[in-house]
Design a protein. Structure first.
Length: 172
């Protein structure tokens, strides 16, 4: 086979470079988060300043190994009653930011904070996918943008039950 024949049969493949882009800054105290109310305020601030509070927004708060916040990302913007969420889109910013853990959060524009079956399902799927990558999910909050009400999957034992099912102990 001649070199000329080989070149004519070759296919070009794209070469990609992966990077993390810092868009904005959201003010918060860089201390370990001590509970859901601190995460609630941070995500409310993110949605009010950079998001769309009249629509459902699914966000991820990225944490380092000492649970210090290192970043936030609005993963998905939906409509009045839902937002399309896929584990790969939630995990992408966590991987790029070298996050050790994350807190999931979304608002319900209706103000109701009870989780739907879809909310429970996506939480379980994200936890299982993150566990394979060595990223812990500490919490999933459903928040009300008008007050300090929230639903905590961790406080209700849902997250711990998922970790028990998959045989992993959640690191706090």
């Amino acid at each position: 086979m001649k070199t000329q024949d080989f070149v004519s049969d070759s296919t070009f493949v794209s070469v990609y470079r992966i990077g993390l882009v810092r868009d904005e800054h959201v003010k918060f105290d860089r201390v370990p988060l001590c509970g859901p109310s601190e995460a609630l305020r941070m995500i409310q601030n993110l949605i009010l300043t950079l998001g769309q509070p009249d629509r459902e927004q699914f966000c991820v708060l990225l944490l380092d190994t000492k649970n210090h916040p290192i970043g936030v990302n609005i993963v998905s913007t939906g409509g009045l009653s839902s937002a399309s969420v896929h584990p790969r889109e939630v995990l992408k910013p966590a991987i790029l930011a070298n996050a050790a853990a994350m807190i999931l959060c979304h608002n319900h524009p209706s103000g109701a904070i009870e989780p739907s079956l879809c909310d429970k399902d996506i939480t379980e799927r994200i936890i299982k996918a993150a566990q394979l990558l060595g990223i812990m999910v500490h919490e999933h909050l459903i928040i009300n943008m008008d007050n300090d009400q929230y639903y905590s999957f961790a406080e209700q034992g849902f997250i711990q039950n998922i970790y028990r099912q998959i045989g992993t102990k959640e690191a706090v």
